[in-house]
Design a protein around this ligand. Sequence first.
Ligand code: DGP
Length: 210
Amino acid sequence: MSCRRGALIVLEGVDKAGKTTQCKKLVYALQKNGRAAEMMRFPDRTTQIGQLISSYLEKKNNLEDHTIHLLFSANRWELVPLMKKKLEQGITLVVDRYAFSGVAFTSAKPDFSLEWCKNPDVGLPKPDLVMFLQLNPSVAAERGEFGTERYETSAFQRSVQQRFEQLMKDPSVNWKVIDAARSIEVVHSDIKVLCENIINTSENLPIGEL
Ligand code: DGP
């Protein structure tokens, strides 16, 4: 008997929308319900490519904009064998950011088209569900000071938000918009319901490709 695969679930949103908090709570809740679930995050700063990205974000090095875009994508590709293995073992993966952040953040820079930005991620495992934690960037800014990393300014985040809105028009991706201005627990219970449904419906389907 072949084992039922896990679901690939992604959380996206602007900085401070609560993605990391919700990913952790979701994994814990799924495990408590007897589901095999693990969290992943992109960029994964632990690999060699991830370390380059991390020092770029910390402004310790400067990389040309196309180059860093390709490195973010390469960082996702290098984890694909592991992701596929886990999904095939029946483990549901809850992923904090994915290719959509890649496209939204780079295309928010001048002179980058969505099409060019999407290309390097074509063929990555396709999420069964992408939840967009919707939060007005000015409300996000009130949740605390932005840090000192690259991209952490209100003007840039507004531009990122607009790119995400473009991406959400793509009907080939299973987007669900979640109002992230509500309390942590209310957001969590919405997310949990969506995930239980998608885990049950995707377990007999092949893993798709972006
Ligand atoms: P964090 O999620 O806190 O580890 O922050 C990572 C930062 O990098 C955040 O500002 C979003 C940005 N980011 C994530 N993925 C990509 C990507 O693929 N391309 C670009 N240009 N930026 C990304």
